[in-house]
Design a protein around this ligand. Structure first.
Ligand code: ADP
Ligand code: MG
Length: 347
């Protein structure tokens, strides 16, 4: 059967459209991973959403190797790494509780909260866009069992969304103890299938440590608090991650680092950021953009990716996740935020 080159929207500017040449398509279209994942499925999100930035998801760990001719150029472009890119670990080398950075916003004038998350997937299972109902349930049970054993400081409860009535779910969403069904990008990729089945969250008693289960990745491990104490948030994340790593085996490759659904997350799979109110820079976004680019950061809206900035509250976080150790990511974020706060004060 002749292979028909996929039709991207004429206005689409996604990285997948940019790098999926007819030659690459011809090479990859006939292939399937052992679990049956194909290029045609991988690019659904980009095909259905003309405003996609990336437009491709991995269905399992082997997707990154089998479909490397399309994933690799996207990885180079997004993470701004060279062709011989490599995961550079930072966590193990520095040990725990090592980060101690100067207070960023001692008068609590700008930073409302800090949040650091890493994405992880369990080794041996398909990723969320391609997983079966049965395996999704197994993932939820493995993760919730591991979470039950968290050390005292991080101990808490697992909440299964399936057990919630619609009004209870709404209440948990408002209190940020649940995550919503994914957006149209995740929907087109197949990530939202059977939501809320086998989805849930683990939340520590003090609410500063969470695990999202079966969202865009099997696990999103999150440390957050309503302060500018990035070091404290990072150190707590390390303690939680360290514990979970003794209980669960994560999909990992020496070169690509931790393997995730979206190629923008591979490597450290870490996004460290703050919610920061910038009333003056909001009116001078060119200046803000220059600083954000200089420190390799990115801006998201107040409600997360692809939402708008409300009441001057920006989500500013690291952009690169690969080729740079976790500790360096935190230091860059810290320097960038210090420069942004200086600029805001000077206006
Ligand atoms: P990610 O995919 O990296 O976890 P998203 O952009 O999808 O992040 O956002 C997930 C949720 O986390 C959103 O509800 C967003 O508002 C919230 N969030 C992100 N950063 C912060 C922060 N620094 N403080 C409070 N909430 C945050
Ligand atoms: Mg997200």
């Amino acid at each position: 059967m002749p292979l028909v080159f996929p039709k991207f929207h004429p206005d689409a500017r996604s990285l997948v459209k940019q790098y999926l040449t007819p030659a690459v398509y011809k090479l990859l279209a006939p292939l399937k991973t052992q679990t049956g994942f194909t290029l045609a499925t991988a690019i659904q999100s980009g095909l259905k959403n003309p405003d996609s930035h990336i437009g491709i998801y991995a269905g399992d760990a082997p997707s990154y190797f089998l479909f490397a001719p399309i994933f690799d150029p996207i990885i180079h472009a997004y993470h701004a790494v060279d062709k011989t890119f490599e995961y550079r670990p930072g966590l193990d080398q520095t040990g725990l509780d090592q980060i101690r950075l100067a207070p960023l916003d001692p008068d609590k004038a700008f930073i409302l909260s800090s949040r650091i998350r890493v994405a992880r997937n369990l080794s041996g299972f398909c990723f969320p866009c391609h997983i079966s109902s049965r395996d999704r349930a197994r993932v939820a049970s493995l993760v919730s069992d591991a979470a039950e054993t968290m050390p005292r400081e991080l101990a808490g409860n697992y909440l299964s969304f399936k057990d919630l009535s619609p009004s209870q779910m709404q209440d948990c969403l408002t209190r940020k103890q649940a995550f919503p069904k994914g957006d149209r990008f995740q929907d087109a990729a197949g990530i939202n299938r059977e939501f809320p089945d086998s989805r849930g969250t683990f939340t520590s008693r003090d609410k500063r440590f969470m695990i999202w289960v079966n969202e865009e990745d099997h696990l999103r491990i999150i440390s957050m608090e309503a302060s500018a104490d990035i070091s404290g948030v990072f150190n707590r994340l390390c303690r939680g991650l360290d514990h979970l790593s003794t209980r669960l085996e994560f999909a990992f490759d020496k070169r690509y680092g931790f393997l995730t659904s979206c190629p923008t997350n591979i490597g450290t799979a870490m996004r460290a950021g703050v919610h920061i109110r910038l009333r003056k820079l909001e009116k001078n976004q060119a200046r803000l953009k220059t600083l954000v680019d200089k420190y390799h950061l990115q801006i998201r809206g107040t409600g997360g990716e692809k939402t708008s900035v409300e009441k001057g509250v920006f989500d500013i976080s690291n952009k690169q996740r690969l080729g740079i150790p976790e500790t360096r990511i935190i230091q860059n974020l810290h320097s960038g935020l210090a420069a942004i706060i200086e600029a805001e004060k000077s206006l």
